[in-house]
Design a protein around this ligand. Structure first.
Ligand SMILES: [Zn+2]
Length: 219
């Protein structure tokens, strides 16, 4: 993840926060599986295996339902979390220029095919007197992606959360992803990228402000 942020504005607490992010991935995944009915998933996977003409009791497939159940619990962990909670702690700061965290990698599951789509999110906002920890923006992306999703809604949800919780004067979210449902099945176009964006406040209304954001993303 690369971060566009004036060096002088990164204080000790932020650096510590970044370290916490690196070391505490467990807060995001793997998740408490208690919210997910693992045995129901296992039964469903056995049913699917039988339905496609397999024998779920043959050696190689015996553990598959359990593995798939665990995987779904992880991929859909965000359903049981409020991603906005990461933005509840803010710091007063006299900084009213663009804050951008770009190239936040994510993997989500397309809700139409339950196949992964993967890519990066660029998340920007202009603070309104208060800033959030930079890693919190990455956490929001991570948790919003861990649900059955469509990329359009994912992009808007991230922008909504930042706009509402940080009361920012401008929010910009750009998501670029490759969808397995387009690359391995159906039209089979590997390498195609889908780009979605959600612009709020001056990023939406002021072409100069949006152009500045775009040039920071492309740097
Ligand atoms: Zn799909």
């Amino acid at each position: 993840m690369s971060i566009a942020f004036p060096e002088s504005d990164i204080d000790e607490s932020e650096i510590e926060d970044q370290c916490v992010y690196v070391g505490s991935q467990t807060n995001v995944s793997p998740v408490s599986t208690s919210e997910v009915d693992l045995s129901a998933i296992k039964g469903a996977v056995r049913t699917i295996l039988r339905a496609v003409g397999e024998d779920p009791d043959r050696d190689g497939l015996l553990e598959t339902p359990r593995r798939v159940a665990k995987m779904y619990a992880e991929m859909f962990a965000g359903l049981h979390l409020d991603p906005g909670r990461h933005l509840d702690v803010t710091f007063a700061e006299n900084y009213d220029e663009i804050v951008l965290v770009r190239d936040i990698e994510f993997t989500s599951m397309c809700e139409h095919h339950l196949l992964p789509f993967r890519g990066v999110a660029h998340v920007a906002y202009i603070p309104n007197g208060r800033v959030t920890g930079l890693s919190k923006l990455a956490r929001v992306v991570e948790e919003v992606s861990r649900r059955p999703q469509v990329q359009e809604r994912m992009t808007q949800t991230i922008a909504d959360l930042i706009e509402q919780r940080l009361q920012s004067t401008a929010v910009g979210v750009i998501v670029k992803a490759e969808h397995s449902c387009m690359s391995i099945r159906g039209i089979r176009k590997p390498g195609s990228a889908t780009v979605t964006s959600s612009m709020r406040g001056s990023f939406r209304t002021d072409p100069a402000s949006r152009a500045e954001l775009m040039s920071l993303i492309q740097q």
